[in-house]
Design a protein around this ligand. Structure first.
Ligand code: BES
Ligand code: ZN
Length: 637
């Protein structure tokens, strides 16, 4: 691991040497640095780089394909003869230059995993290439839902999920987070649906097409260069409700009122975020509530955050997720990890920022509880990774030859946030905030690496020997958790821990103020209980707190994990109902894993539920659960 220790110094020297201040963060330079290379893309950006993508696609719901063309503008080094793009499963029909003349192209060998295959186009001097193509029916980024899979039940639904390397299954471009591209799109879809994208929506109601009354065309434009994983689309029976001057929410009509009231604080969150770290630069901030199969909690698509309906709790108790996706408008969308090895730069900064928004809008006690719960999640992830010595407990990872998904743990999220909190506590909030605001400005619309961050902190934040005292390189490039880690502790959760202890001791709920607990306290109570409990204790919890029927998805999940660990029969119907009602991977995957660890009690039950639910889940979720259950695709039929 010695090599890693020297890497940041080398990169710092590189950046320092070519900078007299301003060029230090030129995007061109980063591709030449060690950490600026993206092992998950075939692109060779130093030779030829996509700068703009223009999509002209029809959403063919019958064939479950996007069909049409992508026209790419290129920036080409003097001697480059070809451009290499990413693709997976695309059916390429033709490639031409700006004048419509055919160009030679070739699809290389498919990696057999998420990477897909390089699509190499011989340029012959062309600075623009137009690719006519169709996505495959099983494209991993796209989920085509039948009407029965929606709340309304009348119209089909389509949505995309690009992060981390899925967009290459429907857009032939350089699918690397460090290669920012502006883009526009014209999308044709059935007239009963509304199409939305993560961009300026130029035609909110669509435009009619001559001779094709059953179709509408929508146009979109993103003039700010974004990482290509942030290009996103959805189409369905969508209503819209304004929430504030620059915000609103899209959802199926039957859910729009619930969504609007759940997210009523969104303007206050945007204002708080701007007060902290500078202007919101994307114009509008809208939310889109997806059907329940959406595999993530949220996805920070620019101007249009995608969220799971499982955060509609009715009491705004899960809105920290919205604060999180909003925070990505700075950390992630403005300053973007150059490769998935530095995923923590996106997520660690965002968890830190999310917590500051929550503190500003909902007060210190709530922020403390969230931070303290996050600390426990981090400890859990360190355990899962194999303990403090495990290489995967590093912030900066080496994910070459691995799926970027492997880095999607609470190490990136919560250890990343704890690192920043540790710095904040060392230099003081005022200095830290001033630096972070300036960091976003300095690096806006650019990729970033761990080495680049460290160089920026050393140049613009730390004084004297502060950086060495905190030992920032160790934090970033070594496993484990340094002793100086700042653990924000919540006094309210301490009380809950005691209540859980008292319940675990005798099965009495006298000290458990359940009805007065916030959702965060309820979650802590369930987490703090021993994993093994007598059956009558579980019955008491269920009877008194209605846990099998809990509408709050996080509480329901925490309860079911406990119930399964104890083979608690009265929870079986609740498990089945929950697993067949949504496809959020964070809930679905651990529940199936827990069931499959319970032998005869759990494994056959898990397989029966999965057989029913699998066709409704997104590929992101089935990809994980297939592995857990050793599911053979043949069993699919
Ligand atoms: N950008 C992530 C989602 C993501 C990460 C998708 C990596 C694909 C690959 C998003 O911002 C996120 O972190 N979502 C979390 C919720 C958040 C509150 C921690 C989720 O979906 O659970
Ligand atoms: Zn995130």
């Amino acid at each position: 691991m010695l090599r890693r220790l020297f890497a940041p110094l080398a990169a710092f020297a590189f950046i320092a040497a070519c900078s007299s201040g301003t060029e230090s963060s030129e995007p061109e330079n980063i591709y030449a640095t060690e950490e600026g290379q993206d092992s998950h893309s075939y692109a060779r950006p130093l030779e030829a780089r996509v700068t703009h993508v223009s999509l002209d696609l029809t959403a063919d719901f019958e064939a479950q394909r996007m069909v049409g063309s992508a026209t790419l503008d290129l920036e080409i080094a003097d001697d480059a003869e070809e451009v290499v793009l990413d693709s997976k499963g695309l059916e390429i029909r033709e490639v031409v230059n700006g004048e419509g003349e055919a160009l030679q192209w070739e699809i290389g060998e498919d990696s057999g995993d998420a990477h897909g295959a390089p699509l190499t186009v011989t340029l012959d001097g062309a600075e623009q290439v137009k690719i006519t193509y169709a996505s495959a029916p099983g494209a991993a980024a796209l989920q085509w839902l039948s009407p029965e899979q929606t709340a309304g039940g009348n119209q089909p639904f389509l949505f995309s999920q690009g992060q981390a390397i899925l967009n290459r299954t429907w857009i032939p471009t350089q699918d690397s987070p460090g290669i920012r591209q502006t883009w526009d799109a014209r999308i044709v879809a059935p007239a009963d649906l509304r199409v939305v994208m993560s961009a300026d929506m130029l035609t909110p109601d669509g435009e009619t097409l001559e001779d094709e009354p059953e179709l509408l065309a929508y146009r979109f434009e993103m003039n700010q260069a974004v990482a290509p994983y942030l290009i996103a689309i959805a189409a369905g029976d969508l209503a819209f409700q304004e929430l504030g001057p620059r915000s609103g929410v899209y959802a199926e009509p039957s859910m729009i009122d619930a969504a609007a009231s759940e997210f009523e604080d969104i303007e206050a969150m945007i204002d708080a975020a701007e007060d902290l770290y500078g202007e919101y630069r994307w114009g509008r901030y809208d939310l889109l509530v997806l059907p329940p199969s959406f595999p993530f909690g949220g996805m920070e698509n620019p101007r249009l955050t995608f969220v799971t309906p499982t955060i509609l709790s009715g009491d705004k108790s899960l809105v920290s997720l919205v604060a999180h996706e909003l925070a990505h408008s700075w950390s992630g969308n403005l300053v973007t990890n150059a490769s998935w090895d530095d995923f923590w730069l996106n997520e660690g900064f965002t968890v830190y920022f999310e917590n500051r928004i929550m503190e500003a809008v909902y007060g210190e006690a709530r922020a403390q509880m969230l931070a303290d719960l996050g600390w426990a999640d981090m400890m859990g992830s360190i355990d899962d990774a194999g303990g403090l010595e495990a290489a995967d407990t590093q912030l900066h990872l080496d994910l070459a030859n691995r799926d970027p998904d492997d880095g999607m743990t609470d190490i990136a999220y919560e250890k990343g946030a704890v690192f920043l909190r540790t710095i904040e506590h060392t230099v003081g909030r005022e200095r830290f905030d001033a630096w972070l605001r300036s960091y976003f400005d300095r690096n806006a619309f650019q990729p970033q690496t761990s080495a680049g961050l460290i160089a920026d902190m050393r140049a613009n934040l730390f004084e004297g020997s502060e950086a060495d005292e905190i030992d920032i390189e160790r934090w970033v490039y070594e496993p484990g958790l340094p002793e100086n880690a700042v653990h924000v502790e919540s006094p309210r959760l301490r009380l809950v821990d005691r209540a859980a202890q008292s319940f675990a001791g005798g099965g009495q709920t006298a000290n458990v103020a359940w009805d007065r607990y916030t959702t965060q306290e309820k979650l802590r109570f369930l987490h703090a209980l021993p994993r093994e409990l007598p059956e009558d204790y579980l019955a008491t919890l269920d009877d008194e707190f209605g846990l099998n029927e809990a509408n709050n998805s996080e509480i329901r999940f925490a309860w079911l994990m406990l119930a399964i660990a104890n083979r608690y029969d009265p929870a079986r119907a609740s498990v089945e109902e929950f697993l067949t009602s949504m496809g959020r991977r964070k809930f679905v995957a651990p529940l199936f894993t827990a069931l499959s660890e319970q032998g005869d009690w759990g494994t056959p039950f898990a397989r029966r539920i999965y057989e029913r639910a699998r066709p409704t889940y997104h590929s992101v979720t089935t990809g994980t659960v297939d592995e857990t259950l050793g599911w053979e695709i043949e069993e699919d039929a």
